[in-house]
Design a protein around this ligand. Structure first.
Ligand code: APR
Length: 240
């Protein structure tokens, strides 16, 4: 076990209200590309800028093109939780981790067994008719060749926070409360570039904080302890 893992293990051993704050980098070891890395979703060529495609106004004005991009790049059928997701679920089970806060929309933390998960940007697994509110599963929504519609004629929308949309108040308040009450914060797999999510880590007041990220982030100087590497590989070496 190298020094960084030993230091991380010691922090975890002495903490009992750990909060995990993660991003797309937590799911790359499950085969889902992130957004801003060299091989990320935003680095590919599209007819429109990708962050415009996943905006509310684009969803309304170009619904068919939205779903073409969404089904191809944001829906990950068959993706399975990786070692990072499972270790966090294990830490929650033994009572050391109080919450997972994720920017991801893939549902993999819940699939791995985590119970207290705050999905700041929603989930592809939840979809609803904009007219009558009826729920639909992601297979139906992403399986349509055209715009997915309800039997009532309404357009179905994923329960995902698009650009220009606000985060869910209950989710935000729960996440902030968890961070404020935490005695350890593990931040991982995120470039910390998208607000308001990235600003949430400022609410942490505890002693033990670590950033586990493959590349440098815009907030590196806020972390006294940074491990550069793959979060699944790193957490797999931790004993709950
Ligand atoms: N282990 C650790 N870090 C990793 C790994 C890994 N296996 N794979 C990638 N990373 C790191 C990358 O180095 C990068 O810094 O994860 C980070 C992912 O950053 P982004 O692609 O910007 O993803 P994220 O921070 O989650 O983006 C935030 O942007 O467009 C919005 O809604 C979208 O939720 C997303 C938000």
């Amino acid at each position: 076990m190298n020094n960084n893992i030993e230091k991380l293990q010691k922090m975890i051993d002495e903490s009992e209200k750990i909060v995990f704050f993660g991003g797309a980098g937590v799911s790359t070891e499950s085969g889902i590309p992130d957004f801003r890395s060299a091989d990320g979703i935003y680095m590919m060529d599209y007819k429109y800028p990708p962050e415009k495609i996943i905006s509310h106004s684009f969803f309304v004005e170009h619904t068919k093109e939205f779903y073409e991009f969404y089904s191809k790049h944001l829906y990950a059928p068959g993706a399975k939780p990786n070692a990072a997701h499972y270790k966090l679920a294990e830490l929650e089970k033994v009572g050391k981790l109080s919450a997972v806060i994720t920017q991801n929309i893939d549902g993999l933390h819940t699939a791995a067994g985590s119970r207290n998960v705050y999905e700041l940007h929603g989930s592809t697994l939840r979809n609803y008719c904009m007219k009558c509110g009826k729920s639909f599963d992601v297979e139906y929504v992403c399986g349509c060749n055209d715009i997915p519609r309800c039997s009532c004629g309404g357009i179905i929308k994923p329960d995902v926070v698009l650009y220009e949309e606000s985060l869910n108040d209950t989710t935000v308040n729960g996440a902030l409360k968890a961070i404020e009450n935490a005695d350890m914060l593990i931040v991982a797999g995120t470039s910390l570039t998208v607000y308001p999510a990235a600003g949430f880590i400022r609410y942490f007041k505890g002693k033990n904080v670590v950033l586990i990220n493959r590349d440098a982030t815009e907030m590196d100087e806020r972390f006294g302890f940074i491990i550069h590497g793959k979060v699944g590989e790193i957490l797999s070496q931790i004993k709950a």
